[in-house]
Design a protein around this ligand. Structure first.
Ligand SMILES: NC(=O)c1ccc[n+]([C@@H]2O[C@H](COP(=O)([O-])OP(=O)(O)OC[C@H]3O[C@@H](n4cnc5c(N)ncnc54)[C@H](O)[C@@H]3O)[C@@H](O)[C@H]2O)c1
Length: 246
């Protein structure tokens, strides 16, 4: 532990799995206290138990404002404050226009875009009270460039990129910075790809998928005051995928 997050208290949505669990582990290692909020309650409790007494878990469906309010209250009650919010929970689906349904659209927008909006709404006052504070919104490379057949996801992640900027402009005078992170293809349960998945070098110059551990340092940086002059910006962690075609 190097203490880069000593004294910080974070609420991370969707931290029962994948990248969120990796972020939670690193936050604890860097001295933070972490509330894991996830709809997968048992998995969230297991991750919190593994991480020790500075971690706890709470049921959180990011589409419900009252669950966000309860998660923020639980974080402040348990750890005394809230100065980092990581909007990480998300889902992925796709399908060509004509088959991709309005129900699928509504569901993914409500989790991936309305979820972070509700999270920022519920956490705003606690974050301002605990300033300096940081919101890290996990968008995607699909929030930088289009992905064929992945309409709801792409729209939600572009939306989250924009929402991060409007919130950053509004909250800066109140001591809260807001940035978005844009991972490329990362080996998590969401992607469901094998560890040795082959990636065409024309699509990604590093010709491989990334690991959660390669995204987490960016999230730690943005959560900490090392990033005190970073605000309203996009932080891409994609092996060069969005740089152009190799
Ligand atoms: N894996 C990738 O390649 C990739 C790339 C770019 C961006 N992302 C983004 O990173 C974030 C984390 O993804 P991951 O790959 O670790 O996925 P994951 O599937 O491993 O984890 C997602 C977590 O979100 C939780 N979740 C889903 N719906 C929820 C809801 N309504 N309320 C609360 N929690 C909910 C799940 O239970 C799960 O624990 C997502 O926002 C995803 O869109 C992933």
């Amino acid at each position: 532990m190097t203490g880069r997050l000593t004294g910080r208290v974070a609420l991370i949505s969707g931290a029962a799995s994948g990248m969120g669990a990796s972020h939670a582990r690193a936050f604890i290692e860097e001295g933070a206290s972490v509330m894991i909020g996830d709809i997968a309650e048992d998995a969230a409790a297991r991750v919190a138990a593994e991480l020790g007494t500075q971690a706890a878990s709470v049921r959180l469906d990011v589409t419900r404002l009252e669950e966000w309010e309860a998660a923020v209250a639980a974080t402040v009650a348990r750890f005394g404050a809230l100065n980092v919010l990581v909007n990480n929970a998300g889902i992925l689906d796709g399908g060509p226009l004509g088959t991709y349904t309005e129900k699928q659209w509504d569901t993914i927008i409500s989790i991936n875009l309305t979820g972070p909006f509700l999270g920022m709404t519920a956490a705003r006052d606690a974050l301002v009270a605990a300033r300096p504070a940081s919101i890290v919104n996990i968008s995607s490379a699909a929030g930088i460039q289009g992905v064929p057949g992945v309409h709801g996801y792409t729209a939600s992640k572009f939306g989250l990129r924009g929402l991060s900027k409007s919130a950053a402009l509004e909250l800066a005078p109140h001591g809260v910075r807001v940035n978005s992170v844009h991972p490329g293809g990362i080996l998590t349960p969401m992607l469901g790809a094998p560890q040795d998945a082959i990636v065409d070098r024309a699509a990604n110059p590093l010709a491989r998928l990334g690991s959660p551990a390669e995204v987490t340092p960016m999230v730690v940086f943005l959560a900490s005051e090392e990033s005190s002059y970073c605000n309203g910006a996009e932080f891409v962690v994609d092996g060069g995928m969005t740089a152009g075609r190799a």
